[in-house]
Write a protein that binds this ligand. Sequence first.
Ligand code: GDP
Length: 297
Amino acid sequence: MFESLSDRLGGVFDRLTKQGALSEDDVRTAMREVRVALLEADVSLPVARDFVKRVTAKATGAAVTKSITPGQQVVKIVHDELQQVLAGEDGIPPLKIDNPPAPILMVGLQGSGKTTTTGKLAKRLKDRDGKRVLMASLDVNRPAAMEQLAILGGQIGVDTLPIVPGQTPVDIARRAKQQAALGGYDVYMLDTAGRLQIDQVLMDEVAAVHAAVQPRETLLVVDGLTGQVAVEVAQEFDAKVGVTGVVLTRMDGDGRGGAALSMRAVTGKPIRFVGMGEKMDALETFEPSRIAGRILG
Ligand code: GDP
């Protein structure tokens, strides 16, 4: 489907061999290919441009060693830089879930995979970290969404807050907090309502819940296949409630995952996990080097 960057650059550098430094011309030609590869991987144009500018500086004058071809060398420079941007300057910190009960607020648009990810993360915290987790759905307008979380809870062996009709999202969040404290839970996860697109009602609701529980982590769940839209959604949620981390779902799909680069570069938020399928164990820690490799093809 896609031609990999290594293949592209192999072609560009076919003429070039031996030792020496890459000339500005060589680098310029190579960088055109890098830019196309990034755009094909769904990296946004400004991010791709900026990235290429920085890599150009590093590639110009880089010594061409005998052992590897110039194409591979440029690919390595690009790969390392991608990895660095994806990891961010501070790296990816662990979730702040000490001081029980720690609230985790899950936010995002409807259909992004928020409820599924809530279940996946709860299961992970239980299985890997031995945490006692309580989950609560705040989606008062969609009883089916509340049921969905309860069913997931049953499947993965994680408690859900009993559903009480007629409560507001803030009421439910407060009840979850109380129940988590009384029941000796380490973490309580609040699955907020999503909407098909961002609107004031959704944002006000999320902000009210945020103010009520002061979450330790506010994780934004976005569909990794939606590229630029995912980045815009992240900016809006961040401006309103302050996002502490991002989960990119549907990374098991066909896309190259360029949204990850745009997300990190534009919002500065750490990507913590990637969704790799519908099953409850299909949640992986975000690995910058793996995504860098995938973007390059
Ligand atoms: P919500 O409306 O944001 O709560 O979305 P849901 O959690 O209900 O997920 C919507 C659909 O996406 C469901 O069919 C999920 O099984 C599916 N889904 C969620 N995460 C992933 C993922 O990482 N990969 C794939 N392939 N499907 C996912």
